[in-house]
Design a protein around this ligand. Structure first.
Ligand code: ADP
Ligand code: MG
Length: 729
């Protein structure tokens, strides 16, 4: 009788914090010890090999096959010194997780003796026969070959006894089958466009890097409680459960004292992260009970994306030691806040200038303004594309529910910067500038970037906010591979920067002076993108009305939102910027739809099983108890007394009957709809059927079950309740 639930509660309550053996040395002494970084390369590689890797990292040059065998033997020597026995190409297929296939270093040589082997060709390329990864039809099974190839800009690392080599994953024909390939291309696109624009101001700028810092939110739940919830186990979220009487209304968890068991877990995974060179810096409690956040110091975007994926893996692994499960789902619990992953994004030159740092006098900082307005215009023109990069079945539950930005894309700038843009907008161009203005507008970027003191009046409701020296993309979901939003953002901005430069060239060709031309383009961009600027409350109803008046998109439907990546504008943009071909976009869309459908299918199956096999039998059992009680009362009492004494029980008996009947009918209808949908071959139609016909039942069935939870004796309820999942640790 409800035994699994109570056993799990008992175990969870008695759990003590795990003692973490902390390294007896300073963090700086063991930071990145498991990474084949610059320092190790210098130690293990020849000068030629080392320079070749450095050049590949800094300039994106190709590594010669001959040199690659030198690199691989250096890498192998280092790894074997660390007790490593296997190696793998580590990559990001479109499942959203990371993938690895381990091969041993040893190889049989002759006569019962083996040698440690790992030659250059294996470092550079592997063929993992990965025909089961989603490819959206680009890789037919008869030509199932997909190749992984080393990405030298992300250093190899050791996990356990395996050397992991960050890799891209492409098809035989060269189509990208992963997140990393297009991410690298988008970084290249933005670098190229940014450098070209920067060179108007400063010829010494030869490279512009993308900076990315991801704030990872997550929930923790005790392992035993988790194991008693099949829905959490199979779908990463609770498909039923009545709200706890108390959850986040007192805001007593946010930034509060970190519970000891949790603190031990954090300390433990941070140590592991440091060993892998992941610079985790901040940790705190989040808004919902049992919800937390960790954020590393920002890094170059490609590395930051790898590190975020790696961090999630480490957290899951380390959680085991602490008898926790980490939930990265965007909305594991109904009615409490979900989890996001704010992406702090910026562009930084090789000369150390953060292009979004307004400086002391932002009005005169034309370089800053040029980049700044390009981003705003990009968000405005490609709002649908940006939204499509973060939308998913999981994130849908979180967005727009008065806890996270809605489906409308807008940019928050803060009062100070808004004022500057407004001023520029009203300044008459072509008008002779007075000497003051002239000196102000010098194309001078030599000054030290300084953060405006008052511009971070933190509007937490905005999906895309300027936070003083970077943009923060807040609509991103906690489970997302952040390569996806980064690819969109980099490409969109690259396009705007290119356009910005073309506009200047057009004007100067007409004889307009360079500084005046830049000023005019800034003004033009400000005017063109004004509608996307919004500093008010993004959660309010008024904003929805206002946004509609402004003509901004407000696409709530996930499937419609996803389809933005195959729009004619998207296809044009991505092929112009050389990030995706049309084929690749079509394939990605197909994969997204399939993912959506499969996830819904799993949720719907799990809910059906739970309803029929866990909930209904329990509820009938309780109803029998009530019936016995009523029968007894009838035996004991005369008619008038009996009616009075049994009325509550009878009402419950009736309510149980009507609700269980509803659950039964709805589960059966849901199964019917699923069957019908499953016969459809066309991915787009099938996902639409799942979304419109199957999905609504999830809420309807849950509604009945959550009411039943409130009637039935707590002693026999089979699943850990919200108050247990959220408050026991
Ligand atoms: P908050 O919660 O106030 O937004 P956090 O400290 O939790 O701030 O996270 C801020 C993140 O932004 C960190 O990862 C930080 O390294 C990153 N960040 C700071 N400056 C930049 C920048 N110029 N470019 C990109 N990311 C940045
Ligand atoms: Mg933030």
């Amino acid at each position: 009788m409800g035994t699994l639930r109570f056993k799990s509660i008992e175990k969870a309550i008695s759990r003590q914090p795990v003692v973490v053996e902390s390294p007896s040395v300073k963090t700086s002494e063991y930071f990145a010890i498991n990474v084949f970084n610059k320092k190790r390369m210098q130690e293990y590689l020849s000068q030629e090999a080392f320079s070749s890797v450095m050049e590949a990292i800094e300039k994106g040059t190709k590594i010669d096959r001959k040199v690659s065998s030198q690199i691989s033997s250096g890498m192998k020597a280092w790894a074997i010194d660390k007790g490593v026995t296997h190696y793998t190409h580590w990559f990001h297929p479109l499942t959203g997780a990371t993938a690895e296939k381990h091969d041993a270093f040893f190889e049989p040589a002759s006569d019962n003796y083996v040698i440690e082997n790992f030659d250059g060709s294996k470092l550079v390329q592997q063929e993992p026969d990965a025909s089961s990864f989603p490819s959206g039809g680009m890789r037919n099974t008869f030509e199932a070959r997909g190749y992984t190839a080393w990405d030298p800009s992300s250093p190899a690392f050791v996990m356990g006894t395996t050397l992991c080599i960050p890799s891209v994953y492409i098809s035989f024909k060269g189509d990208s089958l992963d997140y990393k390939t297009p991410l690298l291309k988008s970084i290249e696109a933005v670098d190229k466009a940014a450098v070209a624009l920067c060179n108007y101001f400063d010829k010494s700028i030869t490279r512009v890097n993308v900076g990315l810092g991801c704030e990872q939110e997550y929930f923790l739940v005790d392992n035993d409680l988790f194991n008693a919830r099949p829905d959490l186990k199979l779908t990463d979220r609770t498909l039923m459960g009545h709200s706890a009487a108390k959850d986040q209304q007192l805001a007593d968890h946010y930034f509060g004292y970190i519970p000891m068991r949790v603190a031990a877990f954090m300390q433990d995974f941070e140590i592991e992260a440091y060993k892998l060179g992941i610079p985790v810096k901040t940790r705190h409690n989040e808004v919902a009970p049992n919800q937390y956040e960790c954020a590393p110091v920002f890094e170059e975007a490609n590395l930051a994306v790898d590190h975020n994926q790696l961090l999630m893996t480490i957290m899951k692994r380390v959680a085991k030691r602490h008898h926790f499960k980490v939930l990265f789902h965007e909305k594991p619990y109904k009615d409490v806040n979900g989890s996001g992953k704010h992406c702090n994004w910026s562009l930084i030159t090789n000369t150390g200038i953060n292009l979004f740092s307004p400086g002391k006098t932002p009005k005169t900082n034309m370089l800053f303004l040029a980049f700044f307005v390009s981003v705003i215009k990009g968000v405005f023109e490609y709002q649908d594309l940006l939204r499509s990069s973060i939308v998913s079945l999981g994130n849908e539950h979180r967005l727009g529910a008065s806890e996270a930005p809605p489906a409308i894309m807008s940019v928050f700038l803060g009062e100070a910067v808004n004022k500057i843009l407004d001023e520029i907008e009203t300044r008459v161009s072509g008008k002779k500038m007075n000497p003051d203005e002239k000196t102000e507008l010098k194309l001078d970027v030599g000054k030290i970037p300084e953060i405006l003191p008052d511009n971070t009046d933190r509007n937490r409701t905005s999906p895309f906010a300027f936070t003083g020296n970077r943009f923060e993309f807040r609509a991103v979901g906690s489970a997302t591979n952040v390569a996806s939003p980064m690819i969109a953002l980099n490409t969109i901005v690259a396009k705007q920067l290119k356009e910005f430069k073309n506009e200047i060239d057009r004007l100067t060709d007409q004889g307009v002076k360079k500084d005046e031309a830049i000023f005019q383009v800034i003004k033009k961009f400000i005017l063109a993108s004004k509608k996307v600027r919004f500093d008010g409350n993004n959660y309010s109803e008024e904003w929805k009305i206002e946004a509609e008046k402004r003509g901004l998109s407000n696409i709530n439907d996930v499937l419609t939102a996803l389809s933005a990546i195959i729009s004619p504008e998207a296809k044009e943009l991505f092929s112009e910027m050389k990030v995706f071909s049309e084929r690749e976009l079509e394939a990605r869309f197909e994969i997204d739809l399939e993912k959506y459908t499969k996830k819904l299918q799993i949720e719907s199956r799990v809910l059906g099983d739970l309803a029929i096999n866990h909930i209904l039998p329990t509820v009938y059992r309780y109803q029998n108890i009530l019936i016995e009680n009523v029968k007894g009362l009838k035996e004991l009492f005369a008619n008038s007394d009996f009616e009075k004494l049994s009325s509550t029980q009878l009402a419950s008996i009736r309510e149980i009957s009507s609700r269980t009947a509803m659950v039964n009918i709805k589960v059966n209808n849901m199964i019917d709809e699923r069957r019908k949908a499953n016969t459809i071959d066309e991915t787009a139609i099938k996902s639409r059927e799942y979304s419109d016909k199957v999905k609504p039942y999830l809420d309807e069935i849950r509604y009945q079950i959550d009411h039943l939870e409130m009637i039935v004796d707590d002693e026999i309820w089979p699943l850990p309740k919200y108050r247990e999942l959220l408050f026991i640790r």
